[in-house]
Design a protein around this ligand. Structure first.
Ligand SMILES: [Zn+2]
Length: 244
């Protein structure tokens, strides 16, 4: 076959062979956006790319197993581990990085509710950004609506929390992300969030403290100004140190 030395190289697929993670990263950099562990990057992932990303993570995960000197060929337990871990990361525990926020139907506040409303405990599951160890706990949300506040169904708070927690997180940043999201969706007069969670990086490794929990809170709007309201919210949350 005669070839023209000046012809463009493979015009059909110029980016063939470029890993999908590199393509996504280039789009994020071009848009000058952040892609920290707890950022959502769904706007930069094109249809069909998540499946390719999963394949890419599987290959890299197999590399980790190889470097840990685990015989994944003979060992029937670890033969599919690379694929399973890749699926767990991309489709389950870190899904909140790669998919758009859950669609939430907002209703006008027809009843003009303006009493403190508390949602919780909502069970939340995440992983710490430092070790990728599970962080499992509960969240309580206090909302002080006004007549203009959009009302969302109770279960929707859990879905918003799931989306935010479905990323490698730092608890202090997770509650702020959740507060920002709920403020944006419902625009209440005030919002209070308390999160209590067990950090398994403390139990499984490190100091091996099996019982350490971290509690933190975010207050917005009237909860910042009104100490009585803050006390009312904290008093209505069931005693958080109770063990089952
Ligand atoms: Zn950790």
């Amino acid at each position: 076959m005669k070839t023209d030395p000046d012809a463009p190289l493979t015009p059909a697929a110029p980016d063939e062979g470029v890993p999908v993670s590199v393509k996504i990263r280039q789009r994020i950099l071009a848009a000058r956006k952040r892609f920290h562990a707890n950022d959502n990057i769904a706007d930069f992932v094109e249809p069909g790319e998540l499946e390719k990303l999963l394949d890419e993570v599987e290959v890299k995960m197999q590399g980790v197993l190889d470097s840990l000197v685990i015989d994944t060929v003979s060992d029937h337990n670890t033969g599919d581990t690379a694929r399973r871990v890749a699926k767990m990361y991309v489709n389950e525990v870190f899904r909140g990085r790669y998919v758009k926020p859950p669609t939430i139907t907002e209703f006008p506040n027809a009843e003009h509710l303006n009493e403190l409303m508390i949602v919780g405990p909502i069970t939340v599951r995440s992983a710490c950004s430092h070790h990728f160890c599970p962080v499992i706990g509960k969240v309580w949300i206090g909302v002080m609506p006004n007549e203009h506040t959009n009302v969302i169904g109770l279960s929707k708070y859990a879905r918003l929390a799931e989306w935010v927690m479905g990323r490698p997180q730092i608890q202090e940043e997770a509650v702020i992300q959740l507060a920002d999201l709920i403020m944006e969706k419902t625009q209440p007069d005030g919002l209070a969030i308390v999160m209590e969670a067990s950090h398994y990086c403390m139990a499984w490794r490190g100091v091996k403290d099996m019982d350490s929990r971290m509690i933190n809170s975010v207050m917005r709007g009237v909860f910042l100004k009104d100490a009585a309201l803050r006390r009312e919210f904290l008093a209505l949350i069931p005693r958080r140190t109770d063990r089952s």
